[in-house]
Design a protein around this ligand. Structure first.
Ligand SMILES: O=C(O)C(=O)[C@@H](O)CO
Ligand SMILES: [Mg+2]
Length: 274
């Protein structure tokens, strides 16, 4: 049975970040994810999770200078020391938050960079991250996730396609590196979602899904995709992991805009309880 996590970076933007934990729990979520925790002390976030009975299921490693437009640094030659420091910080947060997954954003390919140098840099950095996470988080470990992202939202992003992610994963060859399959990005880049889920889920190399309506990135029941069909497919394939609700509510930041748009989730929360 798919289980749904609220993405607190995109949902509940009508309230301050620290108040979004309570809002998500009130709406029936039992898990949350968000992009970056680094503006807050890990213990403060851990206390909020505990107070509201929530699990942290995913967050991102430091992405470089986000405000300046950077979207990860894993593929950028010459930034290895910064990448390693960022990973040490991310693993520390993951341990305090009890979070079993860290998404390592690939980054934008630097203009004029040699393609094989960029690819090799990415592979070496992800391998480093995987080994660090395995060592510091033993015995349970932490999964390092790779997410293909569409080039319309992030022009120049290194990792766009599912087949590219799975080929890189095979080459990185670390057991705790997995794919984060965001169905919103996948639909925009390549489509044929059900076939791709059937192809990749049985490999055991997907450790997290994310969803949003396409093309507006609103609620999953807004747009061209039939998510009921896809959730039933995931269920029939035995997926009992998390699905991150990573969308921008159609009502924007209007008061209760996120909660009012959760009609699509009700049957699944109900099923989760039964
Ligand atoms: O954009 C997405 O999709 C994500 O999952 C983020 O982690 C990166 O912005
Ligand atoms: Mg995503």
């Amino acid at each position: 049975m798919p289980r749904f996590a609220a993405n607190l970076s995109l949902l509940y933007n009508d309230v301050d970040f620290l108040d979004r934990f309570a809002a998500a729990a009130r709406d029936g979520f039992r898990a949350v994810e968000f992009l970056f925790p680094y503006a807050y002390a890990p213990a403060q976030l851990a206390a909020l999770l505990q107070a509201h009975g929530l699990q942290q299921v995913l967050f991102n490693a430091p992405p470089g200078n986000w405000e300046a437009g950077e979207r990860g640094i894993a593929c950028i030659p010459g930034r290895e020391a910064e990448f390693r420091n960022g990973m040490a910080q991310a693993v520390k947060y993951a341990l305090t938050l009890g979070c079993p997954r860290i998404h390592v954003m690939a980054g934008l390919v630097p203009q004029g960079a040699d393609a094989s140098t960029v690819r090799n840099t990415y592979i070496a950095n992800v391998r480093y991250a995987a080994r660090l996470a395995a060592r510091l988080a033993a015995p349970h470990g932490i999964h390092i996730l790779l997410e293909p992202i569409n080039g319309r939202d992030m022009p120049g992003f290194f990792l766009n396609r599912q087949d590219q992610a799975h080929a890189l994963l095979a080459e990185i060859a670390e057991p705790n590196v997995k794919v984060q399959m965001d169905l919103y990005h996948c639909q925009i880049v390549e489509g044929d979602l059900a076939t791709k889920i059937r192809q990749y889920l049985p490999t055991g190399n997907i450790a997290h899904f994310q969803i949003a309506g396409v093309p507006e990135r609103h609620e999953p029941d807004v747009g061209e995709l039939n998510y009921s069909y896809l959730f039933q497919l995931l269920d029939s394939l035995g997926w009992d992991g998390w699905i991150g609700c990573e969308y921008r509510p159609a009502r924007g930041n209007a008061p209760h805009g996120t909660s009012d748009g959760l009609g699509w989730l009700k049957p699944w929360l109900q099923a989760d309880v039964n």
